[in-house]
Design a binder for this molecule. Structure first.
Ligand code: PEP
Ligand code: MN
Length: 332
């Protein structure tokens, strides 16, 4: 459970006193807000005391509180949704450097793998819960949203405690027990297309989530397997366009995993935006040569900055183009 208070809010002291008196463990961080993560079990008596002190809902969605939900912001489509961060969380310092830069660029969605689905069993598998804590801490410091992968239905509660958006990876798109379980979770789900999935299989996977009542779905095209060995996957822009036509869900493109190599990431991202993508997901690293995973496709922070500038320009041009188009339509 997470509670968050403005620094000037005296209720934070009251809250901490209640926790201390009851011997309940907690973690405290103070950045632009005072954020208290309750680690111990709260009894009904303690919950009542907290409620009596006028401290109400746990602030899992807190940043966020004053504004629209993160999913609504994406749905607005007023600006390009940019999700960026490392392939995997490597340390607190690593994420701090990245999050600070993202914040300066106005990027609001911090990604990072804590539980990593790696093809090779000896590859770095992620920091687990420690990684989730790191993501949350640095996202909170900058008012950002966290998006991270959940690999198994048994991880959902834990990941949902720290993340704003739950990612289903390409390798799990066919995991129907996971998808069904996500149907009853109150978190948006970013559903990656399986690397060998047809469009229809991908949309059916989304239906598993929506059937459970969770319609906060973001579709993510991340490239499919083809015969071309020069790059990791082929970004399927036709499927992206059709996914937008056939559903009301926002659709974004992960051009890092599509390309599998740094030099193609930007061109593919710009193409996806021109084709109508609502957003992009990009892997970044302060020093890609030292990355513990997917360094070959990571952009360094300067490369990412120039991508962001160009990506926003293409997005603005596309908006302009579509508004002109609809202005013209009645006379055509
Ligand atoms: C990721 O985004 O970290 C990832 C593993 O991607 P994918 O599931 O698309 O391979
Ligand atoms: Mn990766």
């Amino acid at each position: 459970m997470i509670y968050s208070f403005a620094h000037s809010d005296e209720k934070s002291q009251v809250f901490l006193t209640i926790l201390k008196d009851a011997g309940i463990d907690f973690e405290l961080t103070r950045h632009d807000r005072t954020v208290v993560r309750v680690l111990g079990q709260m009894t009904v008596a303690v919950e009542s005391k907290i409620a009596a002190a006028g401290i109400h809902s746990p602030a899992i969605n807190l940043i966020r509180h004053s504004e629209k939900s993160c999913y609504d912001q994406i749905l607005d489509r007023k600006e390009l949704t940019i999700i960026a961060g490392p392939c995997a969380v490597e340390s607190s310092e690593h994420v701090r450097i990245i999050a600070e830069r993202l914040k300066r660029l106005g990027v609001r969605f911090l990604r990072g793998g804590a539980f990593k689905p790696r093809t090779k069993v000896d590859s770095f598998q992620g920091m687990g819960i420690a990684g989730l804590r790191i993501l949350r801490e640095h996202a909170d410091a900058h008012g950002m949203f966290v998006i991270t992968e959940v690999m198994d239905r048994g991880q959902i509660d834990t990941v949902a405690e720290y993340a704003d958006i739950l990612q289903v990876g390409s390798r799990n798109m066919y995991n129907y027990t996971l998808l069904t379980a996500l149907g009853s979770v109150n978190r948006p789900v970013l559903l990656k297309r399986g690397m060998s999935a047809t469009l229809s299989e991908w949309l059916s996977a989304a239906e598993y989530v929506s059937r459970g009542g969770n319609n906060q779905i973001l579709l993510c095209e991340r490239g499919i397997r083809t015969f071309e060995p020069e790059f990791a996957h082929t970004l399927d822009l036709a499927a992206l366009v059709l996914a937008k036509d056939k559903t009301d869900y926002p659709v974004i493109a992960d051009t890092s995993h599509a390309a599998g190599r740094t030099d193609l990431v930007e061109a593919l991202a710009l193409a996806a935006i021109a084709a109508g993508s609502d957003g992009i997901m990009i892997e970044v690293h302060p020093d890609p040569s030292k990355a513990l995973s997917d360094g070959k496709q990571a952009l360094n922070l300067d490369q990412f900055e120039s991508l962001v500038v160009r990506a926003r320009r293409i997005f603005a041009a596309r908006q302009e183009f579509s508004s002109h188009k609809s202005d013209r339509e009645p006379n055509e």
